[in-house]
Design a binder for this molecule. Structure first.
Ligand SMILES: Nc1ncnc2c1ncn2[C@@H]1O[C@H](COP(=O)(O)OP(=O)(O)O)[C@@H](O)[C@H]1O
Ligand SMILES: N[C@@H](CC(=O)OP(=O)(O)O)C(=O)O
Length: 435
């Protein structure tokens, strides 16, 4: 296959389109430096998703002044970028204003609706705004681009905030769109819609997953995720001063690392790529020539070397039968069923004869109801303010160096993975990987 015929899918996250300069840089990357993709997925600008979550909170709490203030800030951000790119009074600004008006109308309509549904109708709007800007800019710099509505492509169930994909219908819709159009297909990450057309979201940071869905449906030769780091590192370089890039690793290893908290790639991204044998490349939009990291079917250096994942703001739930008896299989199943109903993920699970310990993210809206339900049936103790460190391919000396001068509230270890739960007060803001 010639280079020109390769089918590439690209994903650009919020950092790569945070302002007008960043969108200009993206335009020149695609116009001059990187091979043209067949399709691309774009997230919301900068921290817009967080801003939309705050807007939603204000709306739910009937905080009218806070709501108006936040909506104005979101409008100003987007319209400011439109003006910087296209000048005053552009048709792009008109299109954005129309979407922002839709957002406001949706609030009036959904204020009393269930929270997850209301969340999706609000928070999913960030990607509709950003892609309107990016598609127009790419066309302006000569990259022929077709704006596509992900709500017409990615078909999901009705599980708001964590929707599951209807793969067969989604594949069919993406393939038929690709067959009728030669331009670069540009669509929104993070969102989809039910068969009835109601907007859903795929989970925070879900745009990587959207890109994988598109890559699989198009039978792509490769997926490239453009980040503000050159690739996947053996730890988050923002948290570990001496983190190093991993140039190659297998899907299986990347799945483990993302599952344990390597937030550079959304954990759901890898399964569709692995199924279809599509390699994933992680590259820097700040330094496109830098060697990337590649994730594929073969084991690479990352399958052997230690890697470090941190999760902050963790909560330990210590659960025991009220009668002091054994924690039999039925009781374990009951605890896990409650956890699944609360839509929480066990970042650590430790089962002993008389008690079970779970470590979960501190998400009060889910955790507090879970705590209440568990407390009805079990003796429950809760500890807040913890940090979970997971180390892949650890050795004893490494773990001893990490443990030095720290209390270990939970220790878990198997052949490939070690986990430690430390009090946050005993953990530094910036870590070092021991020599
Ligand atoms: N193992 C890791 N390797 C590289 N970056 C990591 C890793 N773990 C966490 N990160 C963080 O992921 C960030 C990039 O991901 P993210 O901010 O979600 O990008 P985007 O929003 O553009 O998709 C990096 O800036 C880095 O701090
Ligand atoms: N905008 C969504 C989806 C996403 O994946 O964003 P990013 O690619 O910037 O992480 C979020 O912030 O959750």
């Amino acid at each position: 296959m010639t280079q020109a015929a390769r089918c590439r899918v690209y994903k650009f996250g919020g950092a790569s389109i945070r302002d007008a300069d960043a969108i200009r840089r993206l335009g020149s990357l695609l116009a001059e430096k990187a091979p043209r993709p067949r399709a691309m997925v774009v997230s919301a600008m900068g921290k817009t998703t967080n801003a939309l979550e705050a807007l939603l909170r204000a709306a739910r709490e009937q905080d009218e002044a806070g709501y108006r203030h936040r909506l104005t800030a979101i409008c100003e951000d987007h319209l400011g970028v439109a003006e910087a790119l296209f000048g005053p009074g552009s048709s792009v600004a008109d299109a954005l204003e129309q979407r922002l008006a839709e957002l406001d109308t949706a609030h009036a309509a959904h204020r009393e609706a269930p929270y997850p549904f209301h969340y999706d109708q609000t928070v999913g709007m960030g990607e509709l705004l950003s892609t309107t800007l990016v598609a127009a800019w790419l066309n302006a710099v000569g990259v022929a681009t077709r704006w596509c509505d992900a709500r017409a492509l990615i078909v999901t169930d009705e599980h708001h905030q964590a929707a599951e994909i209807d793969w067969a219908t989604t594949r069919e819709r993406i393939a038929s769109l690709a067959a009728e159009c030669d331009e670069v297909l540009l669509t929104q990450g993070f969102i989809g819609a039910t068969a009835r057309g109601v907007m859903t979201t795929l989970g925070r940071e879900g745009s990587d997953f959207s890109a994988a869905i598109l890559a699989e449906a198009l039978g792509a030769d490769e997926l490239t995720i453009w980040k503000d780091v050159p690739g996947l590192f053996n730890a988050d370089p923002r948290r570990f001063a001496n983190a190093r890039q991993i140039l190659s690793l297998s899907y299986a290893e990347a799945l483990e690392q993302t599952w344990h908290g390597a937030t550079v790639i959304h954990p759901r991204t890898l399964a569709p790529l692995q199924r279809a044998g599509i390699p994933l490349t992680v590259r820097s939009f700040l330094d496109p020539e830098a060697p990337p990291s590649t994730i594929g079917p073969e084991a690479g250096e990352g399958d052997r070397q230690p890697a470090f994942m941190l999760r902050d703001d963790q909560v330990l739930l210590d659960i025991a039968p009220r009668d002091g008896g054994f924690l039999d299989e039925a009781l374990v199943a009951e605890v896990l069923a409650r956890l699944a109903e609360a839509d929480l993920h066990a970042n650590l699970l430790d089962i002993e004869a008389l008690r079970l310990r779970l470590v979960v993210d501190h998400r009060p809206e889910r955790l507090d109801p879970l705590g209440n339900t568990l407390a009805e049936r079990f003796a429950l103790t809760r500890h807040d303010g913890l940090v979970l460190l997971t180390v892949r391919h650890p050795d004893e000396a490494l773990m001893a160096a990490l443990d030095a001068h720290r209390s270990r509230l939970v220790i878990r270890c198997n052949a490939t993975t070690a986990q430690r739960l430390y009090p946050a007060a005993e953990c530094p803001a910036t870590w070092r990987i021991p020599d």
